[in-house]
Design a protein around this ligand. Structure first.
Ligand code: UFG
Length: 324
């Protein structure tokens, strides 16, 4: 089987590429290399292409035919919540325009199976203990909105062109499956804290007065390697006969608070952290933890790594890169 992985030079995409290669699949990576890193795609063919460009649909269709691809995994998108609030047009143009080009290319090249990176950001600020896929999404920022509208586009493309699609709503992804594929962006809690520690600074907790047991926000952290396995399971699902669902949460169903994550980082580094307590960050839900029942039942997928595994892999990847 041959899969075209769009955005395969990014942090999550490259983990999926590596995993598919280890399973003997043929992989072609398409990436603009604007944030992706070429070295991460070792072992796969790399085509440099920006899926948001005006002629991208034709070029993608050409690549799909040339590769003899039978499936596509589409990662390439902007993914910073704060940036999406400041530059909404860029998010709508690139995330939605890029996806439109990908779907049109799949229809034109008669590629049936598509896996799309969605996000827990579609849910906004849900007031429930465990978020199920039945909950009506209410995104509170342009990033989450583009992901939700992207899911509608998949449904429309299924009806119009006979595509078969799955959207994976990622919860909080962290860790590294291979040191050289680690997250080099400093945008999320674990890399931000590791970066501050490297600079000799204490971590900052964004608010400790939430209605949670220790007062800090609770999230569902999923190991990037488990997330990569979820993509492989999604491809298998699309290739099978039965396909009752199109949308899946990808998380563990277990919540960890910011202070629990900091404790895990301290354990992994063998030091005790002394966090500063800062003000709340706008738009943070107190708790965002998923029900992972649907993906377990339909795809047979469960996360196998706990918070300590996740954090340890991130710490070890930095050490492997010669950083403290
Ligand atoms: N946090 C801190 N200090 C920091 C950084 C983060 O206390 O220095 C806290 C945040 O306030 C939040 C938690 O750590 O409570 C996790 O924050 P992240 O920024 O790592 O992740 P978010 O949950 O805000 O966002 C993530 C993804 C988004 C996605 C969202 C969906 O980064 O792309 O999950 O819920 F939209």
């Amino acid at each position: 089987m041959t899969t075209l992985v769009i955005g395969g030079a990014g942090y999550i995409g490259s983990h999926v590429v590596r995993l598919l290669l280890t399973k003997g699949e043929k992989v072609v990576v398409v990436d603009s290399l604007s944030t992706g890193i070429e070295e991460r795609t070792a072992g796969a063919e790399l085509v440099e292409l920006d899926v948001t460009a005006p002629d991208a649909s034709e070029k993608l269709a050409f690549q799909l035919r040339a590769a003899g691809a039978d499936s596509v995994i589409h990662f390439a998108a902007h993914k910073q919540v704060g940036e999406s609030v400041e530059k909404p047009e860029m998010y709508w143009h690139d995330n939605i325009g890029g996806l439109a080009n990908v779907l049109a290319a799949c229809a034109s090249a008669e590629v049936r199976d598509v896996v799309f990176s969605s996000s827990a950001a579609v849910y906004g600020v849900p007031d429930v203990d465990l978020v199920t896929e039945e909950l009506t999404p209410q995104p509170i920022n342009p990033y989450g909105a583009t992901k939700y509208v992207g899911e509608w586009m998949l449904a429309d493309a299924e009806r119009a062109h006979g595509l078969r699609t799955v959207a994976l709503r990622y919860f909080n992804v962290a860790g590294a499956g291979w040191p050289e594929l680690a997250d080099t962006a400093v945008m999320n809690l674990v890399p931000i804290v590791l970066d501050r520690l490297e600079q000799g600074k204490d971590p900052v907790v964004f608010g400790d007065d939430y209605d949670t047991p220790d007062g800090t926000c609770i999230r569902d952290y999923v190991h990037v390697l488990d997330l990569a396995e979820a993509h492989v399971a999604a491809l298998d699902y699309l290739r099978g006969e039965e396909r009752p669902h199109r949308v899946f949460n990808v998380g563990t169903g277990t919540g960890s608070s910011v202070l629990e994550v900091l404790d895990a980082i301290g354990r992994a580094r063998g030091v005790e952290l002394t966090p500063e307590i800062g003000p709340r960050r706008a738009g943070d839900p107190a708790r965002l933890v998923c029900s992972a029942t649907r993906i377990e039942e339909a795809l047979g997928w469960t996360g196998t790594h706990d918070l300590d595994d996740i954090v340890r892999s991130a710490v070890e990847a930095r050490r492997g890169a010669g950083r403290p």
